[in-house]
Write a protein that binds this ligand. Structure first.
Ligand SMILES: [Cu+2]
Length: 152
């Protein structure tokens, strides 16, 4: 793993897990009335993303770009170096992503994270992420998937 990534990784205070099955993310399909994740501006997060079925997906995040820290615990191949907004997920591999939420907080308007394969996307393989200022709750109903604070 790159030293630069290690240094950034030390800053991560929130970890989230995203398990993708045939058409759902963490067991859910898109619901415009539901906020799945709430992130806070000024924080760095590690997302663990995995296709848990024998099919690939393409995980796409709006708002921020991310770095791929590792694939199954190993340094990512060269094509996964650099900043990404989409990562192709081979089945049964765990991709650890590093995301930094620096700006564009809006408690009203969610961002999306979704599978970028059109059929999957069209069938609701998508969730909503709201980025807020510290101490500001989002205005939509929250049914957030549990994120956990890391011990750093
Ligand atoms: Cu997909």
């Amino acid at each position: 793993m790159h030293a630069a990534h290690d240094a950034l990784h030390e800053d991560a205070t929130v970890a989230r897990t995203f398990e993708l099955d045939d058409r759902r993310i963490n067991g859910r399909r898109m619901d415009m009335g539901r906020v799945d994740e709430v992130a806070t501006v000024g924080t760095t997060e590690v997302w663990e993303v995995r296709s848990i079925v024998p099919m690939p997906h393409s995980f796409h995040v709006h708002d921020v770009q991310f770095a791929v820290l590792s694939v199954d615990g190993r340094e990512p191949p060269p094509e996964l170096a650099g900043r990404k907004d989409t990562v192709y997920l081979e089945p049964d591999r765990t991709y650890r992503l590093l995301l930094r939420f620096d700006d564009y907080a809006d408690p009203d308007v969610p961002y999306m994270f979704h599978c970028h394969m059109l059929l999957h996307e069209d069938e609701g393989m998508m969730g909503q992420l709201v980025v807020v200022e510290p101490g500001t709750p989002p205005t939509h109903d929250i049914d957030a998937h549990d994120a956990h604070r890391t011990n750093s």
